[in-house]
Write a protein that binds this ligand. Sequence first.
Ligand code: COI
Length: 358
Amino acid sequence: MLQTIEVTKTSQKKTKPNHSELGFGKFFTDHMFTMDYSTDKGWHSPRITPYAPLTLEPSSMVFHYGQAVFEGLKAYRTADNRVQLFRPLKNVKRMNLSNERLSMPEIPEDLAMEALKNLIEIDKEWIPTEEGCSLYIRPFIIATDAFLGVRPSSTYKFMIILSPVGAYYNSGEQLQPVSIYVENEYVRAVRGGVGIAKTAGNYAGSLRAQTEAEKLGYDQVLWLDAIEKKYVEEVGSMNIFFKIGGKVYTPELSGSILDGITRTSVIELLEHWNIPVEQKRISVEEIFEASERGELEEIFGTGTAAVISPVGKLKWGERELTVGNGKVGQLSLDVYNTITGIQTGTVEDELNWTLKID
Ligand code: COI
């Protein structure tokens, strides 16, 4: 039987931001979900309480050895005023894969789903209705043993916080093409490492390259494989797709790439549309050669936060290419309109991806 989630509502609701100031991840709703784990009790004490700072021991293991995993998904308000999620069970399953890789305890799927639904129900008035806006959901788990020896923690906290968001990129425009810097020096992940897990350290390790790319005027970094530095892996906060000569390619899941839920959905959508799509090892050289032959039609990134982000420019060493004169390609536009339409209920959900929660 599912454990009962105890609810304590806030007595002081916050003022909600105007949608024009949302950006990404700056504002947080009135409540949060928490549940604790210990080896003897398992996951216990699920509760929703007012959003507030945490009190943790400075010796909590998460601060020292980085046992931390997270997820990202969104809640949308439909035109008929319902609330829906996009393939949420996939996030819960992926979080459990990350847990396994980081030696952290699995979360019962039904309990995680109940937690998501209950918290969103309580804060649903925070879901923005304006185009391109949604309620970003950030579940995460941290290790809380007060201990400095290196071993898996025996206690954890699972929490969910909610943030009303607009576009991920600074431009503030959802479909504004982004510029990408192909990273030749630093690497993100190697097969056998933690690249397949959504763990905090992967993002910490990416910051230096990201900062350097930004200084050079690029929005994000494109990571190459760590061994040969030849093959395309993923972009800072998204997976990547290339349309070349009428066919769509995306890097195959190599063991060091994050298995993106938007990535899978785009592959399934293209197959549904009978557009040829292939997952394979793609070298960055191939992309530049296709561009020189005039066959590189489109590049776009996919992610929960980034949605579908057309790429306008790619910089690799001394070489730079521009995709489609910097304009948004037709396929990127179609995929964006269909995915966001399904998410917000304006396009029929033929593939059964959404879950109505009220
Ligand atoms: C997401 O798309 O939800 C992500 O987790 C990317 C992020 C680190 C902003």
